[in-house]
Ligand binder design. Structure first.
Ligand code: OSB
Ligand code: MG
Length: 374
């Protein structure tokens, strides 16, 4: 495929409700969308970096910079045999996986359309539907959290994940577990604790959690291995796993028993598949994490979640939980059994709402024939 045109744009979308994690409150997203035209076919990708460097080191603005000054000039005019080749082409740019993933995933969309198959088939998916959970932000009190859990369960979601941080943990988890004794329940700390909190974190063992996600340092696999040896609850790594070597390291030293795969964090569908394969070889379950994506990122997440090793419900939920109006149609919907069906159409399987995207765009750049224009 010959890359003929790249467009990068920033859109602003307000979340229906603020989302609070241990690192702060997110009220609106500044999302970067990548549109690539290759051999006349248009593909879309989303860059999942947050507005601040508090989940990982990337931000909307670092991704803008790296795409504009390095990635787009490098890919423009190139001829690739397939989307998977993009990673090699971009290898000289260190880090910035989310920026790269936005471009690589747009190429995967192109390739699946060229081959006339759904994206989920192209990336190696086998499932006709995926299992869905929800991630619930930190709430002011346990009673309001219980209300929220109740509403999500009535929509069918199969697993509930609670965001926690010091001071907003045991009491909240205990209240939810007491009210819902059989619920598939997990927690996510986004690196809010330290190894000195081991005794405190062990108290969560009482609540029969499916997993405890990323309790310790965002780049600290070693301390998670120490912790996993001292608690019963399975640790799931999110922030720590940026590629298949990280996954190998973590599994070899038993730093976790479950892995969260996010397309952006691992550099796109190619990276996701290799992390998936490392885990599958060792019988370690994986699931798809979310970054409060628009419909484009969500559609890519659905495709990835159809790989055979994704045996646990992901943080892939309905468009309407996040947005008044999503940028794809149909919007992503979840069945009463808490599932999303794999799309039948080739490519992403959803139609991109170009006019709406145009209205939400606050800045854009495009590149054609190697030349950049504003
Ligand atoms: O750690 O999984 C996380 C949102 C932003 C940053 C990090 C995380 C999250 C979520 C929300 O948990 C998942 C979603 O609903 O998209
Ligand atoms: Mg997480």
């Amino acid at each position: 495929m010959k890359i003929e045109r790249v467009t990068l744009r920033e859109i602003h979308m307000r979340l229906k409700a603020p989302f609070e994690t241990s690192f702060g409150v997110i009220e609106r997203r500044r999302i970067l969308l990548v549109e690539v035209i290759a051999d006349g076919v248009t593909g879309w990708g989303e860059i999942t970096a947050l507005e601040t460097p508090s989940y990982n080191s990337e931000t909307t603005d670092t991704a803008w910079h790296v795409v504009c000054d390095f990635i787009a000039p490098l890919v423009m005019g190139r001829e690739l045999a397939c989307a998977a080749e993009a990673a090699e082409l971009l290898a000289g740019i260190r880090g910035h996986s989310m920026a790269k993933a936005g471009v690589e995933n747009a190429l995967w969309d192109v390739e699946s359309q060229q081959k006339g198959i759904p994206l989920w088939r192209l990336v190696g998916g086998t499932r006709h539907e995926i299992a869905c959970g929800v991630s619930l932000g930190i709430r002011p009190d346990p009673a309001s959290l219980i209300d929220k859990v109740e509403r999500e369960l009535s929509c069918g979601y199969q697993r509930i994940k609670l965001k926690i941080k010091p001071g907003k943990d045991l009491e909240f988890v205990a209240a939810v577990r007491k009210k819902f004794p059989k619920l598939m329940l997990s927690v996510d700390a986004n690196s809010a604790y330290s190894p000195e909190d081991t005794d405190h974190l062990r108290e969560l063992d009482a609540f029969d959690l499916l997993m405890m996600e990323q309790p310790l340092g965002w780049d600290d696999i070693y301390s998670h291995a120490r912790l996993q040896g001292q608690i019963r609850t399975s640790i799931c790594l999110d922030e720590c796993i940026n590629n298949s070597r990280d996954a190998q390291t973590a599994l070899e030293i038993q730093a976790c028993r479950i892995v969260n795969i996010k397309l952006g964090r691992v550099g796109g569908h190619g990276g996701a598949r290799s992390v998936h394969d490392v885990c599958a070889e060792r019988g370690v379950p994986v699931w798809c994490g979310g970054m409060l994506e628009s419909g484009i990122g969500r559609a890519h997440n659905i495709a990835m979640s159809t790989l055979p090793g994704f045996t646990l419900p992901g943080d892939v939920s309905a468009s309407s939980r996040y947005w008044n109006e999503d940028i794809i149609e149909p919007e992503v919907e979840v069945s009463a059994r808490g599932t999303i069906s794999s799309p039948a159409n080739s490519g992403l399987g959803f139609t991109v709402k170009r006019e709406l995207i145009e209205r939400l765009t606050v800045r854009s750049r495009h590149w054609t024939n190697g030349a950049r224009s504003a």
